[in-house]
Design a protein around this ligand. Structure first.
Ligand SMILES: *[C@@H]1O[C@H](CO)[C@@H](O)[C@H](O)[C@H]1NC(C)=O
Ligand SMILES: *[C@@H]1O[C@H](CO)[C@@H](O)[C@H](O)[C@H]1NC(C)=O
Ligand SMILES: *[C@@H]1O[C@H](CO)[C@@H](O)[C@H](O)[C@H]1NC(C)=O
Ligand SMILES: *[C@@H]1O[C@H](CO)[C@@H](O)[C@H](O)[C@H]1NC(C)=O
Ligand SMILES: *[C@@H]1O[C@H](CO)[C@@H](O)[C@H](O)[C@H]1NC(C)=O
Length: 561
């Protein structure tokens, strides 16, 4: 009874406070309720340092092979020899998986075998859906690996006989508009870029921009440079605080952009993140705008080494990189943040998830986990773009990652700020739990608005849709929301260290919407992107969005010929 009275009293006080403060609270505190979290697995076995969604709706997950034993014990080591329960085998990293494939519909993982160390490496999907994966550490630093996804769950990593020209540890990848050519840029002590397959004389090319942006005292701050393909065919390169537009065919910087305002750095180990905002058919995909958010304060890396964790950067910059006026427009996130992932949702909004508020990337270098995702609506007016979403209880620090799934959920995994798998007596233990974040658009209350049974139709016998050609999207819609129906094509990225390589979203042109007999089935003619500069050939996820409510996404392939 006493307890009950006590609670009533507290409640009354709270109510009074609410009445007094309601206006203030309503305006200054963004909603923190958006979406929900789900624990999918307690143990993925392997830290999700790197993740990528394959076209067979599985997720390739891998860690470094040099972290010692993982939590996924193998029966046989690479080469076939049995792994026993002897102590020697229990501490032999060859008796443990360092890569797994997660099957989304079955919610289970199976072991994959990496034969060289893919630690802090990079990757891109080729036009046929094969994952090309480059670099790493030690034995893996010049390796080129492939993962060819399959339906029957028998596929595994393979290593190419050809090697990279330079060691690529902490390099970035981007798939180019040329058929199946990937550019690999930077890395530790690699102030160069190169192509896979090789181009020209087959060597690596010097990139003075990487020398210029290198911060020796702070662990580089230009590693894992941000790369985006502009729709004019040039590359946007961002490292540390600077950026250029780069013509890789001529090895020439064609534009130098202003330095992003504010102190601190944005690239590894400062580790902010970047996206290319959705490209829109309305301007024929001509306007290209990039966004860079968060990172670490000047000196944060060295301070962390001395046990001092400096508040991260709270600012984001947005800049149109096409046209003649290129200027950063700055905005503030709700909190400082680093080591976060920036993902383009099927709706075209940006999700900022994972990471920390203080310190920098690197082992044990960060504190104050960022548990609340942010949503950013790029089309809203400034100051009305950010909101704070539902908090998770699981910290996702260094070596965590996140990707968008076909049903609009976000798969969140990994985190290990230690040299080896460590579960006790540390601030942030190795994290092997797998979660899904369900953005609020997945809620059943929106099911009446959700486009359903989406199917894609194009000429029989074709293995994809050619640039600029039309195809039909058929779907069921109970209720149309005011506002437009959108047809968005998303390039699923290769994600690691807060960068989602090759991620982009295209708002496709559509017309001739026809409504079938009973008024629920709709057929729309949609136009493929005009060129591989806008969308390099490959598999994309097509989503029908009805006034902000997305359908389940379907795979679609854009091809050269
Ligand atoms: C994870 O482990 C906890 C504690 O043992 C258990 O209650 C929960 O059901 C497990 N969840 C999953 C998804 O396996
Ligand atoms: C981490 O694992 C590696 C590889 O097995 C091993 O050589 C090293 O001693 C381990 N380090 C620690 C701190 O346990
Ligand atoms: C895709 O192309 C690559 C490179 O040519 C090749 O190695 C791979 O086997 C191909 N994958 C499929 C699924 O055909
Ligand atoms: C980080 O956590 C410490 C200890 O809880 C706290 O004092 C500090 O204010 C936090 N910093 C930020 C930026 O949240
Ligand atoms: C539409 O999809 C649902 C599952 O989402 C399925 O049960 C149903 O059979 C489909 N209807 C048609 C006509 O394809």
């Amino acid at each position: 009874m006493a307890n009950h009275n006590h609670f009533s009293a507290v409640l009354i006080v709270l109510l009074l406070q609410c009445i007094q403060l309601s206006c203030v609270v309503g305006v200054s505190q963004p909603t923190q309720t958006g979406g929900r979290w789900e624990l999918l697995l307690n143990n993925t076995g392997v830290v999700a340092m790197h993740m990528a969604l394959t076209r067979h709706n599985t997720v390739v997950v891998f860690d470094q092979t040099s972290a010692g034993p993982s939590q996924y014990k193998l029966r046989r080591r690479f080469g076939g020899e049995r792994c026993t329960s002897a102590h020697a085998d229990n501490i032999d990293p060859n008796c443990y998986a360092h890569s797994v494939e997660y099957d989304i519909s079955r919610n289970e993982v199976r072991a994959l075998r990496l034969s060289s160390d893919a630690w802090c490496s990079s990757g891109s999907f080729l036009s046929n859906g094969t994952l090309l994966q480059t670099g790493g550490h030690g034995s893996g630093s010049r390796r080129i690996r492939k993962f060819r996804p399959c339906k029957d769950h028998h596929c595994d990593w393979s290593e190419s006989h050809s090697l990279l020209s330079n060691d690529r540890w902490y390099a970035s990848n981007l798939i180019l508009p040329e058929h199946d050519r990937v550019i690999v840029v930077g890395g530790r002590r690699a102030f160069t870029y190169e192509f896979v397959p090789k181009m020209g004389k087959g060597k690596a090319f010097d990139l003075p921009f990487l020398h210029r942006t290198f911060d020796d005292r702070e662990g580089g701050n230009n590693l894992y440079p941000f790369l985006h393909l502009s729709s004019d065919g040039n590359l946007f390169l961002f490292a540390n605080r600077d950026s250029v537009l780069f013509n890789y065919r001529r090895n020439k910087v064609v534009k130098t952009f202003p330095r992003i305002p504010g102190r601190g750095s944005r690239n590894y180990p400062s580790t902010g993140s970047s996206v290319i905002l959705p490209l829109d058919h309305a301007d024929r995909f001509r306007k290209v705008e990039v966004m860079v958010c968060g990172g670490s304060a000047t000196g944060a890396y060295r301070a962390a080494g001395r046990g001092r964790f400096v508040k991260g950067l709270q600012s984001c910059g947005r800049m149109v990189i096409t046209g003649n006026t290129n200027k950063w427009k700055m905005e503030q996130m709700p909190e400082p943040r680093l080591m976060h992932d920036m993902l383009i949702l099927p709706t075209g909004n940006i999700l900022i998830i994972n990471g920390a508020k203080t310190g920098s990337a690197g082992w044990g270098n960060a504190r104050n986990a960022s548990l609340r995702p942010f949503l950013y609506k790029p089309k809203n007016k400034p100051n009305r773009r950010f909101s704070v979403l539902k908090s998770t209880k699981i910290a996702r620090m260094y070596h965590s990652s996140a990707i968008v799934l076909t049903d609009g959920r976000i798969l969140v995994a990994g985190g290990n700020p230690h040299r080896n798998y460590t579960f006790e007596h540390v601030h942030y233990p190795t994290e092997l739990r797998l979660q899904a974040y369900h953005p609020d658009y997945t809620e059943p209350k929106y099911d009446g608005l959700r486009p359903k049974n989406v199917s894609i139709h194009y000429a029989q016998g074709d293995h994809g849709i050619k640039y600029g050609k039309q195809f039909t999207v058929r779907f069921k819609l109970e209720r149309r929301r005011s506002g437009v129906l959108e047809f968005n094509a998303y390039a699923p990225p290769f994600t690691t260290h807060s960068i989602s390589m090759n991620q982009r979203l295209l708002k496709l042109k559509n017309r001739n919407t026809e409504i079938d007999g009973n008024g629920q089935w709709i057929s729309t003619v949609v136009e493929a992107p005009p060129s591989p500069n806008v969308a390099p050939a490959g598999f994309y996820l097509l989503t029908v969005v009805n006034g902000g409510i997305p359908s389940v996404s379907r795979w679609i392939r854009f091809i050269n010929s």
